[in-house]
Design a protein around this ligand. Sequence first.
Ligand code: ZN
Length: 473
Amino acid sequence: MNADDPTTPHDLTGTHDPDRFPAGRPLLIRGATVVTMDTGPGTLPGTDVLVTDGTIAAVGPHLSAPHGTAVIEAHGALLIPGFVDTHRHMWQSALRGLGVDWTLTNYIDALGQLLPHFRPQDVYAGNHLGMVEAVADGVTTVVDWSHGCSTPAHADAAVDALMSVPGRARWAYGRIGPDLSWVTDGEVDRIRAARFSADDQLVTMQLALDLPPDLSAADAALSHAAKQALPVTTHAGVFGIVGDAAVAHLARQDALSPSTTLVHAASLSDDSYRRIADSGASLSLSAESELNAGQGYPPTGAARRFGIPLSLSMDTVVWWSGDMFSAMRSTLSAERGLVFLQAHARGEQVSSHDLRAVDVLRYATLGGAEALGLADRIGSITPGKCADLVLLRADTPSMTPVNNPVGHLVFQAGRGDIDTVVVNGRVLKHRGELIGIDLRRARRQAEASRDHLRGAVGEAAWQNLVDPPGATG
Ligand SMILES: [Zn+2]
């Protein structure tokens, strides 16, 4: 980049110096177009953001900075709150791209083959790479939907990996299978006391509980979660697997509340959506997942009709990457396409859009923060909140010119435009390069894990996973 170009984000020294951003040093991002996602100020052109002690201290024009502040010149660049992904199975990261041609049926079959071979170090490798990926891609908070924790040692490895990268995460402790006795037998209490005793940690804890076919078999686990005030997330509304009966059961057990995140929530009846709306629970839409794997059509329109809060998620990098720009686009395209399809079938024209770009950007930021009960700390660029920030560079062809900042973020910008990522006031990426994060180590671990899993299932089975039999007509 040319440091003399006033439209280019650059630093005062003009050199890339990792030591320039030590933890605790105040930071001033100067002159950006700040998309605050705060309903009051909205989007502010030519605005400075001052960060001190990990917190957004001030947002405004021409701020003065304390002595020793690191300054990032950002004239013409877009600054947004970090993305929040409310559902990602990070333990699967070493299987990246393996399932591009899978349906949900293929996925379940593949997990049946692979899960028995996952060792604690495989969970660590997946989670570690997943956290590095999240930070690199501007996902400053990610829910690790951690249902690969077959034993306490796997759970410890999952948490170790999340805590090894200074991003923000919510560890959702889970285990695949109908037996939920691990929730009540002391294991949840053990790891909570050992690893999650402070309330200001970057990594916090909740439970990931999928309801077994015998719905009442989940009751003890659900009531333990409620007693311990641990939020619960569950896959709900998945065609052929879990549907309206599960939502009704959760409502009867008083297990739906504003802290509950229902993943997918497709293929449900209006009764279910009404129950969810009444409870204050939110939905995590994974549009790329629902459209490609077949849990059901992304229920964006139904959720909006019933006033259910929404957040976005990537589900698993086994298919697509952890790209929240892609999540926003898929959500918007799926819903707009459906509205057109249904109207045209009635012979009607659609002359204006209900779902707007600003809606999906909100779901990807503040909506996620609200789902996690963290909206007082993250999700918007608001003085007093933690400084979780993403700065997009101004000097790429796709970022020039910017005529509608919010729309630009949704339909024009991409991960390659991310210049700087800040989590809790700490600069973890600048000028497109990670700072203080060992990407090579993360890659080595993930590749070794992939090699182990590939060897364990055998080459013929692995090839069958890469290229499953297609549908024949
Ligand atoms: Zn999932």
